[in-house]
Design a protein around this ligand. Structure first.
Ligand code: ADE
Length: 254
C-alpha cells in the first residue's frame, strides 16, 4: 500500500510511523509511506499555509493553494491515489469497518486538517472523503491520520505477527473482547478464572464468548444491535440477560 501524508508537522507524523507494527510494515515493504511538508508547497517568503477567514471571525484557515499543490505533486510522483482523506471533526465517523475498507485500497493520501478550518474548496475538489476519529476536537488532523493509518496498516497481510489475533479480536464481529489473563495464575492472591486453566478447549471457548457478550451488554449495548451473533451466541445473550434480570430482581427485593 502506498501512503502519502500531507502535514505541517512532518516530524510528528514521521515519529508516529517510526515504531512498532507500522514501522515493521514499512520495513517489510508492505507500506510505502511518504510524509509531505505542506510548507514546501507555499510560494510566499513566509511559507504561510494559512490565512484569515473571509467574512471575519477568529482563527486561521488552511489555504487551498499549498494543499492543491501537494496533491498534484503526489499524483505526478506517486500516481493516482485510490482515496484522498481529509481528517477533521466534521468527517464521517471512522470505524473498524472503515479500516477494513481502506485496507483494501492501493494508495491513500491523507490531508491533515489544522487550525480552525480548511478552505472548503479542498473538501469539494481534492478530498474524496472526510473522516473523524471521534466526537472531540484535536488541535490538528495529524494524530487522527496516524490513528487511521495504524488501524489500516495492521490489517494488511503480513503486518501483524500472528494473523489469528486479528481474526478473533474485538469489533471484528461487532463484540468487545473477552477478558484475558497471563501467568502467573495466582498473582498476589488474585486468581485467574478456573476454566482457563482447565485445558478444556470447548469450555474455554464458551466462557470467552459469554464474557464478550456480557461485556458488550454492560459497556456498549448498542453494539449488540448490529453484531452478527450465531445461534450459540444468541443463546448466551439470552442467558446473560436472564442472569442480569435475576440479579436486578434480587436488588429490588433487598
Ligand atoms: N481534527 C481535529 N479533531 C479531529 C477528529 N476528532 N477527527 C479527525 N480529525 C480531527
Amino acid at each position: 500500500m502506498k501512503l502519502d501524508i500531507i502535514t505541517i508537522f512532518p516530524r510528528l507524523v514521521e515519529s508516529g510511523l517510526g515504531d512498532g507494527i507500522v514501522r515493521r510494515a514499512v520495513e517489510r515493504g508492505r507500506v510505502d509511506a511518504r510524509v509531505w511538508d505542506l510548507r514546501d508547497f507555499t510560494e510566499d517568503r513566509h511559507r504561510s499555509v494559512d490565512d484569515v477567514a473571509f467574512g471575519g471571525g477568529p482563527g486561521m484557515v488552511l489555504k487551498p493553494a499549498p494543499i492543491f499543490g501537494a496533491v498534484d505533486r503526489i499524483r505526478r510522483d506517486r500516481g493516482e491515489p485510490s482515496a484522498v482523506v481529509l481528517t477533521s471533526p466534521q468527517g464521517r465517523r471512522f470505524t473498524q469497518a472503515e479500516a477494513q475498507r481502506l485496507s483494501g485500497l492501493a494508495h491513500l493520501v491523507f490531508i491533515c486538517g489544522r487550525y480552525e478550518g480548511v478552505d472548503e474548496r479542498v473538501r469539494e475538489h481534492v478530498a474524496t472523503e472526510e473522516l473523524s476519529i471521534g466526537d472531540y476536537v484535536l488541535t490538528g488532523g495529524e494524530l487522527a491520520a496516524l490513528v487511521v493509518c495504524d488501524a489500516v496498516i495492521r490489517l494488511l497481510p503480513g503486518a501483524v505477527g500472528d494473523e489469528r489475533s486479528i481474526e478473533t479480536e474485538s469489533f471484528n464481529r461487532g463484540l468487545l473482547d473477552y477478558s484475558q489473563y497471563t501467568r502467573p495464575a495466582d498473582f498476589r492472591g488474585l486468581k485467574v478464572p478456573e476454566v482457563l486453566l482447565s485445558g478444556h478447549h470447548a469450555a474455554i471457548r464458551q466462557w470467552r464468548r459469554r464474557e464478550a457478550i456480557r461485556r458488550t451488554l454492560e459497556r456498549r449495548p448498542e453494539l449488540l444491535e448490529s453484531a452478527s451473533l450465531d445461534v450459540e451466541e444468541q443463546q448466551l445473550l439470552r442467558e446473560v440477560l436472564e442472569e442480569r434480570k435475576g440479579a436486578n430482581d434480587g436488588d429490588t427485593r433487598d
